[in-house]
Design a protein around this ligand. Structure first.
Ligand SMILES: Cc1cc2nc3c(=O)[nH]c(=O)nc-3n(C[C@H](O)[C@H](O)[C@H](O)COP(=O)(O)OP(=O)(O)OC[C@H]3O[C@@H](n4cnc5c(N)ncnc54)[C@H](O)[C@@H]3O)c2cc1C
Length: 499
């Protein structure tokens, strides 16, 4: 008889693990509290407009392609993935605009145009990052269940490249003398909800990865990836119970034996996988915990949150697909966001304008504009219900002052605001920290919650809350590690691998 696996949450982490495990013959049931799949990589509709909730940048598409391949499928039978050229527009405070590309020649001529004295520095940087990437990437792809995992030859070889005491900004200062160029290569820590001044030096690899492998769009939005995953789950006979909230994991000693749903129904299973936000899950699903107690969770460091403004506008703007607009106090702000907890609508703002390349998301001549502002998480105790309309006003003022969207207010047909409080209450994200536990080195690898639960021996974790961390490429790795560990534990062969 097939072993039964219960997965809590149909985010990309839960769906990817389900695909892998179903393809190996397990019976998998997913329980999702929302009425549709995808989690923070899902979608919602406002009138005629379709919005991605969260993820809009697909990096390293080869990772998600691999998940499909390992599950016996071809992702290109389900979705259309297109590289974006340019990657994005960066608009700095002084008005300078920069349009990098995954095409090296184009990027070099763009650097010559905007930062003429930085070309050699850039080539040196990319060369050195390639060397680091070749050593560090494999360290992200293995589990860290005990401290001895740090003694693996691959980790020891990569260690000097990690420059563990250095910050990302410190590393960039060794290569680039122009401040805007440094910003161009470091703002990517926004994807992890961290400041470039505080993020470990290892994250210089993000800009290297973007410039080398590009940023990709999926026709219909990145939500199509999770919809495609859910199709695969169903094709394999997996069941996804939407609008079904899980309340509790049933345990006996150090083992999980099922879950309890909101309506009191109990579901027995041989294994449980948690995809719901890790810290939320620990504080809600388990009564007794040894390691991740409520006070332990409170003490940990979390990523920033985001203020979201989704606008359905009856106009199309001649701006690129991705736009990052820098304000005057970016450094101060990035420090404050994680330390002093002050929100700012004029430091860094991201505008997603998918209508630039994708006509499927709104009727002709209209566009779904998504605006993201990194803001402090709910540890700050900001009363967003009180300030959100004021903050929206400030965001619009900033956009009107700094971009081509001067008349946007006249064209708004639909609107939705999501604040850190909404992330916490509606999306079950602990502290509203949408990029999970922060990615400081003391919360990475062995020090991040393990892929096999440290509380229960037959319970596993997948998604941004476990190793290796937030972001779709990392989440693909987490689902692979988690599924592999489960199968190894189940069949008793500790060398078993997905090939
Ligand atoms: C605004 C924003 C922008 C982002 N942009 C990008 C990007 O451009 N590129 C990128 O790679 N990454 C991006 N990310 C980060 C990350 O890749 C996504 O957030 C990703 O969806 C996280 O996946 P996950 O599987 O860990 O969790 P989630 O997507 O959050 O899925 C968890 C699921 O669990 C469900 N759940 C929670 N509680 C329960 C319960 N009690 N019972 C049943 N189900 C429950 C939730 O409803 C959800 O569906 C972004 C995140 C945000 C918030």
């Amino acid at each position: 008889m097939k072993k039964k696996i219960t997965i809590i949450g149909a985010g990309p982490g839960g769906l990817a693990a389900a695909m892998l495990l179903l393809s190996k013959g397990y019976a998998v049931n997913i329980y999702e509290k929302e009425c549709s799949v995808g989690g923070r990589t899902g979608r919602f509709l406002l009138g005629d407009y379709i919005f991605d909730i969260g993820s809009t940048f697909l990096m390293l598409p080869q990772y998600i392609e691999r998940i499909f391949r390992l599950a016996g499928k071809n992702i290109h039978d389900y979705v259309e993935i297109t590289p974006l050229d340019p990657l994005y527009r960066l608009k700095f405070e002084d008005g300078t605009e920069f349009y990098p590309s995954m095409d090296l020649e184009k990027t070099i001529s763009e650097i010559k145009r905007v930062f003429p004295d930085q070309v050699e520095n850039y080539l040196r940087f990319q060369h050195d990052e390639q060397y680091r990437f070749n050593r560090i990437e494999r360290c992200f792809k293995i589990p860290y269940n005990n401290l001895y995992d740090f003694l693996r030859p691959s980790f020891i070889e990569a260690l000097p490249q990690m420059n563990i005491s250095g910050s990302l900004r410190g590393r960039l200062e060794k290569y680039f003398t122009n401040e805007n160029m440094r910003l161009a290569m470091s703002f990517q820590t926004k994807y992890l909800g961290m400041s470039p001044w505080q993020a470990p030096s290892v994250y210089s690899l993000i800009s290297f990865i973007e410039y080398k492998w590009g940023i990709h769009h999926v026709t219909g939005g990145l939500n199509q990836l999770t919809l495609a995953m859910s199709e695969v789950v169903k094709e394999y006979g997996g069941r996804i119970y939407t609008s079904t909230r899980v309340n509790k994991i049933l345990t006996k000693g150090k083992k999980a034996y099922g879950i309890v749903l909101d309506d009191g129904t109990t579901v027995d299973s041989d294994y449980v996988i948690i995809n719901a936000d890790f810290a939320y899950a620990m504080s809600n699903f388990l009564k007794t915990k040894k390691k991740f107690t409520d006070s332990n969770l409170k003490k940990r460091a979390y990523s920033c949150s985001t203020f979201m403004l989704y606008l359905g506008v009856n106009k199309q703007y001649e701006i690129p697909h991705h736009n990052l607009i820098f304000g005057e106090d970016f450094k101060d702000y990035m420090d404050n966001i994680t330390m002093e907890k002050r929100p700012s609508a004029s430091s860094l703002l991201y505008i997603h304008n998918p209508a630039a390349t994708d006509s499927t998301l709104a009727p002709h001549g209209k566009s779904p504009i998504y605006i993201l502002v990194p803001v402090p998480n709910n540890k700050s105790s900001i009363n967003w219900d009180e300030i959100k309309h004021n903050f929206r006003r400030q965001v619009l003022d900033f956009i009107i002052a700094k971009t081509e969207l001067k008349d946007i207010e006249r064209h708004i047909e639909q609107e939705k605001i999501v604040t850190p409080l909404d992330w916490q209450s509606d999306f079950n994200v602990y502290n509203g920290a949408v990029f999970n536990l922060s990615h400081d080195l003391n919360q990475m690898f062995y020090f991040r919650p393990h892929n096999r639960s440290e509380e229960l021996s037959n319970c596993y974790i997948t998604g941004g809350g476990t190793h290796p961390g937030s972001g779709l490429p990392n989440i693909c790795i987490s689902s692979l590690i988690t599924s592999e560990l489960l199968i190894r534990d189940d069949i008793g062969d500790h060398r078993w691998r997905f090939e």
